[in-house]
Design a protein. Structure first.
Length: 265
């Protein structure tokens, strides 16, 4: 028997209950001025996560919607992984080069368009970024699930913020109130970011409530429990099949007739 069991996160969410600093303090720590929007991306530095395409989408946003120049900072938190492999080293170098080019082209002494933070971030730091942001981008090129999307939703107990989610992440099948994008299409991603930045609060809240209800009801405990329940049902079904097969064998077995006994001579 093969069944899909979409993995999830715990609920109540630890990230939502984090004792980290508040939204304004986080923005001050990051050097983000008042009136500047904040977007975040949080994942491992892996080529499947679409970090390069995401940076290109931010660049495309500034090209197509210049009104966001000086009004948006995107923070990409990327935990180094497999850094001894040349392909991963090259990915990190390419990302840093691209970020530097975007910052040089559009930034100034008072404003940095993209902040690339390559290090491990603790749970409190991650929670702070989720809560302080105006939108979160999950642009995976290929992902079985992606729990960052669900963590962002769970952390937003203020029911604000916008999730931009790759159609190639398994989470997009559950969180369809997110802005679903093709991560290979940088213009489409730039449009989605612009949509997120201009989305009215009432729409943000309506979308976030629906996604939070989904994550709450389909949490990791239900994920584990459903597998155990289905396994128990399967065992009971197999036992019934064994009993039925045994009874069928007994019913179909031939009966022997001895006939009348003959007298001994």
């Amino acid at each position: 028997m093969i069944r899909p069991y979409p993995i999830s996160i715990e609920w109540p969410a630890t990230l939502a209950q984090s004792n980290g600093t508040n939204r304004e303090a986080t923005r001050r720590r990051l050097g983000i001025a008042d009136g500047v929007k904040l977007g975040v991306g949080i994942e491992r530095f892996d080529y499947t996560k679409g970090i390069i395409d995401r940076i290109k989408a931010i660049e495309g946003l500034f090209e197509r919607f210049p009104q966001w120049l000086g009004k948006l900072t995107f923070v990409q938190a990327a935990a180094p992984t497999r850094s001894k492999l040349a392909s991963y080293q090259n990915l990190q170098t390419e990302a840093q080069t691209l970020v530097d080019a975007v910052n040089t082209r559009f930034g100034n002494a008072q404003w940095t368009p993209i902040v690339l933070s390559v290090r491990h971030h603790g749970p409190d730091e991650v929670a702070e970024l989720y809560k302080a942001s105006d939108f979160c981008v999950v642009s995976s090129l290929h992902d079985g699930m992606n729990l960052v999307a669900k963590e962002f939703v769970a952390a937003r107990d203020d029911e604000a913020g916008v999730l931009i989610l790759s159609t190639f992440a398994g989470a997009s099948r559950e969180l369809d109130e997110a802005l679903i994008v093709n991560p290979y299409h940088t213009h489409e991603m730039a449009e989605a970011i612009h949509h997120a930045l201009t989305m009215p609060l009432a729409e943000q809240q309506a979308r976030m409530r629906q996604m939070r209800a989904q994550v709450r009801s389909r949490n990791v405990y239900r994920w584990a429990g459903q597998m155990l329940i289905d396994a128990a049902k399967l065992r009971r079904r197999k036992e019934i099949e064994r009993i039925a097969a045994r009874n069928l064998t007994r019913r179909d077995a031939p009966t022997m007739s001895t006939g009348p006994l003959r007298k001994q001579a």
